[in-house]
Ligand binder design. Structure first.
Ligand code: SF4
Length: 175
């Protein structure tokens, strides 16, 4: 029987091409200090791929960067999907890496929810359904751009949501 992979759902910025500092667009707000277009490199990103204001982000108006979590998708997109290549070497990769990150981050978000569900006293059929969902979200074969592009995210999200809703009986929710 095929079993799901268990990707690291914790961001490893050292293995990522600083994707969250580049691929997304931001409007100046209380969470982000400047306007930035999608694909524009944040001026605070240094040439080594580190944030030059890392310890001061909150004070300087970049609390949104602290709150953002890719749930480990950034390193998979960089190392697995793009084989360690970066938009720095090939700017043409920027949009493609951003598209892959957008999908994989949502997949990792669902995996995180399922890993919390794993800790509940699930019945056999619930365990089976959980394993099937995990396998769908973390297949044994590596992710590629095409696989992420074709991934049925809406349907998978609905399935995860329905599954989690069905687990409410395991949790004592005060009325
Ligand atoms: S402020 Fe720092 S963490 Fe935030 S996007 Fe810019 S470089 Fe990245």
């Amino acid at each position: 029987m095929n079993t799901a992979r268990h990707p690291d759902l914790t961001a490893d910025c050292a293995s990522c091409a600083a994707l969250c500092c580049v691929v997304f667009a931001f409007d100046q707000s209380e969470s982000f200090g400047i306007d930035k277009a999608a694909g524009e490199v944040c001026p605070n990103l240094d040439c080594n791929g580190s944030c030059s204001i890392f310890d001061d982000r909150s004070r300087l108006g970049f609390s949104g960067c602290i709150a953002y979590d890719c749930h480990g998708a950034g390193q998979v997109v960089t190392q697995e999907v793009f084989d360690g290549r970066s938009w720095r070497d090939d700017p043409g990769l920027m949009t493609r890496m951003g598209d892959a990150l957008s999908v994989l981050r949502q997949i990792h978000e669902k995996l995180l929810l399922l890993s919390a569900a794993e800790k509940l006293p699930l019945g056999k059929s619930e365990q089976l359904e959980l394993s099937e969902l995990q396998l769908q979200l973390a297949p044994q074969t590596e992710w590629t751009e095409a696989k992420l592009r074709e991934f049925p995210l809406v349907e998978a999200s609905r399935q995860v949501s329905d599954f989690l809703t069905g687990l409410r009986r395991h949790i004592n929710i005060p009325r």
